[in-house]
Design a binder for this molecule. Structure first.
Ligand code: ADP
Ligand code: MG
Length: 618
């Protein structure tokens, strides 16, 4: 027998399992049954195109065989099985995306035993080591004649060798640890215990889980699809178990949505909103889609056509009474019935999120923190639900430091006469909170929303208004606040200075004007009505080279001492070189204050130094 070591991550997970103080150890059976059930589905799928892989008369099933004398429990399935290489890849290593990140996070947080965390990644198979000190697996892949034996005590290595096996499928023998009820280890050679655990965790598995032989043979699970049962008769715990079965998550769903469509086109849907964003949410080849059943038979594991892409965090099942059993992926994309289901499901999910946001704000906040960006994606993609999705968004706001607000609440707080919803965009809350663009708005008690995520600005191009109020950037166009003290006279007086600055800064800005929005800062940069924000421009540049730099407008604060001093200097016609330096200084200040990088930081630093020295000598 050849001895191999587990992959680094697999070993870490194994250690977590073996030293787990998690008391609910019986779930090992759920995990092994779930793997067996998956393997049976896979064999059935394969046989659709390669009928030789499954004899019509062979019943697909999962068998439990306890042996009290030997203290073993054997679990067999006649599913697809594994080749030797698959055993090494699937059991000896963990290839799942996200596992490494999860383990690193786990370490960083200094958590000892965190079952929810462990479970999120489907460490399923290793949970056997919570109850067994030695695990033996013999498996034969459908279509192959030889089998593979795999043995491990979970100590970091495993043995592997070719073996004989009469039937295709997998047999796992657990050499059980001593019973220790305090530690949550029950007697898993006791039929009553097994029956209880199966009922509790795996009742809905669609393949029979059998025990006993000949006349004694019994099926432990009802196999009744949970979605076909009346909602009022299914407990929350049962829904949660089913959720874990299909997601390989160990936690509970944040929200369960069950419904039945009746009439000419019948189907049942059972959807779950998970508590945490799946790790592969933003990976191109991440797992997405719902399970599609036709008349209680699973026909597709990940059917993407059932939900719009932005709802890809939703997990669940759709069982249709009317689709053909041999429906292909291509056909599904064009199927009109499916398009109708998708529309209906999207509405259901959005409605239930709206309801959650209204009835349980803290839970909704948790959801939003994880999945918020996807809802914004939805606003661009799902015209039907756009209005509702808008009510689901949350933004930081100048009204309440550290908190977020909905657009609805914002509108509720709008001052009399306020016509638009104001927002400022930038890199982070910290940056925009201090932005000079906000000064007049804050001063006059207007609330400004913080758009600090990449998608926020794209949002604006898809949203004309919310409850009749347009979205308006505080750093674009003319400021719509009246500032009586800055009347035409001031502007007239300052026109000479503006012209001068314009000439000096010609290569940076397209216009210099007196500001209506500044109160305490000397200058700021604003965009034209239709311009991109500098934040957006930077993002675009990162994504694509050759985006031309936009020139913006420099606004000056006529009451600020720095501006007045410059104006005096100009009127006294003092040295031009210094005036030029002052202009550059102002431009740099405007960039820094809004969180934009300086084009030539070293030049700016030198300039500041020179000005300090000059002030000392004056
Ligand atoms: P997951 O089920 O989340 O993929 P597991 O640790 O439970 O993670 O299983 C790892 C992999 O091992 C499975 O994805 C599957 O490829 C393989 N596997 C486990 N049990 C079986 C089985 N009974 N038959 C065939 N393959 C199996
Ligand atoms: Mg599993």
């Amino acid at each position: 027998m050849e001895t191999k070591t587990f992959g680094a991550e697999a070993k870490q997970l194994l250690d977590l399992m073996i030293h787990s103080v998690y008391s609910n150890k019986e779930i090992f059976l759920r995990e092994l049954v779930s793997n067996a059930s998956d393997a049976l589905d896979k064999r059935r799928f394969l046989a659709l195109t390669e009928p030789a892989l499954l004899d019509k008369d062979t019943p697909l099933e999962i068998t439990l065989k306890p042996d009290a004398a030997a203290r073993t429990l054997t679990l067999s399935d006649n599913g697809v099985g594994m080749s030797q290489q698959e055993v090494v890849d699937n059991i000896g290593t963990i290839a799942k995306s996200g596992t490494r990140e999860m383990l690193q996070q786990h370490k960083k947080d200094g958590k000892g035993d965190a079952p929810e965390l462990i479970g999120q990644f489907g460490v399923g198979f290793y949970s056997a080591f919570m109850v067994a000190d030695r695990v033996e697996l013999v498996t034969r892949r459908a279509g192959q004649t030889t089998a593979t034996r795999w043995v491990s005590t979970g100590d970091g290595t495993y043995g592997i060798e070719p073996a004989e096996k009469a039937e295709v499928g997998t047999t796992i023998t657990l050499h059980l640890k001593p019973v220790d009820t305090e530690d949550g280890v029950q007697d898993y050679t006791n039929t009553a215990v097994l029956e209880d655990v199966v009922r509790k965790h795996s009742d809905f598995v669609t393949h029979p889980i059998v025990i006993g032989e000949g006349a004694e043979k019994r099926t432990l699970n009802s196999m009744k699809p949970i979605w076909a049962r009346r909602e009022s008769e299914v407990t929350e715990r049962e829904y949660a178990e089913f959720y874990r079965h299909i997601t390989h998550d160990w936690g509970s769903p944040l929200k369960t949505i069950a419904f039945k469509a009746e009439g000419t086109f019948e189907y049942q849907a059972l959807l779950f909103v998970p508590e945490h964003a799946p790790f592969d949410l933003y990976y191109r080849d991440g797992k997405r889609g719902l399970q599609l059943y036709v008349k209680k038979v699973l026909i597709m594991e990940q059917c993407e056509a059932l939900l719009p892409s932005y709802l890809r965090f939703v997990r669940g099942v759709v069982d249709s009474q009317d689709l053909p059993l041999n429906v292909s992926r291509e056909l599904l994309q064009e199927n009109r019935q499916l398009a109708a289901i998708r529309k209906r499901l999207a509405k259901k999910v959005v409605d239930s999120l709206v309801q959650l946001a209204e009835s349980d704000a803290p839970t909704y906040e948790k959801f939003y923190a994880e999945m918020g960006p996807l809802l914004k994606e939805g606003i661009a993609a799902d015209g039907d639900n756009k209005e509702k999705l808008l009510t689901l968004l949350r933004f930081g706001s100048s009204a309440e430091p550290g908190k977020t607000t909905s657009l609805k609440d914002y509108v509720g707080r709008m001052k009399e006469g306020q016509e638009a919803i104001y927002y400022v965009s930038g890199e982070s809350r910290q940056v925009v909170e201090q932005s000079p663009h906000l000064e007049a708005y804050k001063d006059q008690g207007f609330e400004v929303l913080f758009f600090t995520e990449a998608v926020d600005e794209l949002l604006v191009s898809h949203v004309d208004a919310f409850e009749g109020k347009a979205l308006r950037s505080v750093s674009k166009g003319a400021c719509d606040l009246k500032t009586p003290e800055r009347d035409a006279k001031t502007k007239e007086e300052m026109s000479h200075l503006c012209e001068h600055l314009q000439r000096a800064l010609d290569k940076h800005v397209k216009e210099v004007r007196v500001s209506d929005r500044l109160r305490t800062s000397p200058v700021c940069l604003v965009g034209g009505e239709e311009d991109m924000s500098p934040h957006m421009e930077r993002l675009l540049r990162q994504a694509q080279k050759g985006v031309p730099a936009q020139k913006r407008i420099l606004e000056v604060n006529p009451e600020h001492e720095q501006i007045r001093a410059l104006d005096r200097r100009l009127k006294e016609k003092r040295d031009d070189a210094v005036l030029k330096q002052y202009a550059e200084l102002l431009y740099g200040q405007a960039l820094l204050a809004e969180g934009s990088p300086l084009p030539e930081p070293a030049v700016f630093a030198r300039l500041v130094g020179e000005l300090v020295i000059r002030a000392e000598h004056a």
